[in-house]
Design a protein around this ligand. Structure first.
Ligand code: ATP
Ligand code: MG
Length: 243
């Protein structure tokens, strides 16, 4: 049976092979990990994949300044200034309280600019600065529901990053985890032999038979390079386990 879900390539080497061909078109993917785990690089690599096929990517930043960001990303060969000139990349910097105001207005302005840009891929980096604006949990929840509602209305495939604790069970039960169609977790793992490795896990992906194991990835001069065939941890008792 052919997959009824339209999928788009993630841009991460070999990841698509373990998620039935790519991210579901127009889905919202939560990309979570602690500081320095590679969230921003992963998210930008996803936009770069779209740019290869002339799809405009929008990067909404709550934290980094444009100059610094462009400089850092140049080390992977991603010339954002050039893509910006060609209309393929748009950097939008918002103070978190500004986005809160936008969400309150149901994101009309930003939605219109995204439509006029004909953008297909969006990154919001990072949600943590946004949720930190709301002290009460109930307010946080409402604003997250509104934000994800706004993202859905844009009709783009969107990666939202979050710098959070890495307890997958916590995410699955949280509003953020529930609202997202997919959750990808990035880790730094210390192995038994005392070596460290960066690792990735697809912890949730609606409508997708995906690999659940945690597998290594590296950051090199081209960005993220993933190795899903070298699973470090597997789900015990899973059918895919070798006897
Ligand atoms: N050119 C490079 N080659 C190899 N590794 C790099 C390179 N540039 C950065 N890194 C690694 O990537 C890390 C930063 O990745 P990234 O900015 O994507 O993390 P992040 O999860 O977004 O962090 P934060 O939560 O602080 O925003 C650096 O700490 C460094 O270890
Ligand atoms: Mg970052």
């Amino acid at each position: 049976m052919t997959d009824p879900i339209e999928r788009i390539p993630s841009g991460i080497p070999r990841l698509d092979a373990v998620i039935e061909g790519g991210f579901e078109k127009n889905s919202a993917i939560l990309l979570s990990g602690s500081g320095g785990t590679g969230k921003t690089i992963f998210a930008l690599q996803f936009l770069m994949e779209g740019i290869k096929s002339n799809e405009t990517g929008v990067y909404i930043s709550f934290e980094e300044s444009k100059e610094k960001f462009y400089r850092h990303m140049l080390s992977f060969g991603w010339d954002l200034e050039d893509f910006e000139r060609k209309g393929l990349f748009v950097f939008i910097k918002y103070e978190p309280d500004k986005i809160a105001q936008i969400v309150r207005n149901r994101g009309k302005d930003i939605g219109e600019s995204i439509k006029s840009l004909n953008a297909k891929r969006i990154v919001i980096d990072s949600l943590s600065a946004y949720t930190a604006l709301f002290e009460k949990e109930a307010d946080q929840r409402t604003m997250l529901v509104n934000l994800f509602g706004m993202i859905e209305s844009w009709g783009c495939t969107t990666i939202v990053t979050a710098e959070e604790d890495q307890d997958p069970l916590k995410y699955r039960s949280s509003v953020m985890g529930f609202m997202a169609d997919a959750i990808i977790l990035l880790y730094v793992i210390i192995k038994d032999d005392k070596t460290m490795t960066r690792a990735l896990q697809v912890s949730k992906m609606r409508g997708t038979k995906h690999l659940f194991g945690i597998f290594p990835f590296f950051i090199d001069q081209k960005g993220i390079d993933a190795y899903p065939d070298q699973v470090l941890f597997i789900l015990k008792g899973g059918k895919h386990m070798k006897k």
